[in-house]
Design a protein around this ligand. Structure first.
Ligand SMILES: [Zn+2]
Length: 144
């Protein structure tokens, strides 16, 4: 009978902010609660850890909203999908994020069922996914 090893390292707990992805962390700001098009404007700030060695080709985040989202879009036409109160955005990177601590800021627009609900929307990032490319030294295949 195989038993799945269960190892929890204290270092991992201390670096809880990176736990979701191993490398990306972030926060959300709300610079405008209603724009001319009836959307609530959110600003996403992401930082790639300097502690890992790989090239990141994209970062996909999941945003959990406090209310239903009927439409959303991201800066530069990046992939943005809506499912109830969950929005998933993929921000592609230039292949230069090798151990760079890259910082990314972009906007996401979200609209709810009416103006009042749209204004009241807030959201938080619930998951990060780093798309990786193996670097020339052969790193990056370690899950970091
Ligand atoms: Zn990464």
């Amino acid at each position: 009978m195989l038993e799945k090893p269960s190892v929890v390292l204290m270092d991992d707990l201390a670096e809880g902010v990176f736990a979701a992805s191993g490398c990306w962390s972030g926060l959300v700001a709300s610079p405008q609660d209603l724009d001319g098009g009836g959307y609530h404007v959110f600003e996403i700030h992401l930082t790639h850890s300097k502690e890992v060695e790989h090239i990141s080709t994209a970062c996909t985040i999941t945003l959990a909203f406090t209310g239903a989202v009927i439409d959303a879009y991201a800066e530069n036409g990046w992939s943005c999908s809506v499912n109830g109160s969950t929005v998933t955005v993929t921000r592609p990177s230039h292949a230069n994020a090798y151990k760079s601590g890259e910082e990314v800021t972009y906007k996401v627009w979200a609209k709810s069922v009416d103006e009042a609900t749209t204004k009241a929307l807030s959201c938080s990032i619930t998951s990060y996914d780093c798309s990786k490319q193996t670097n020339v030294q052969g790193g990056g295949a370690d899950g970091n």
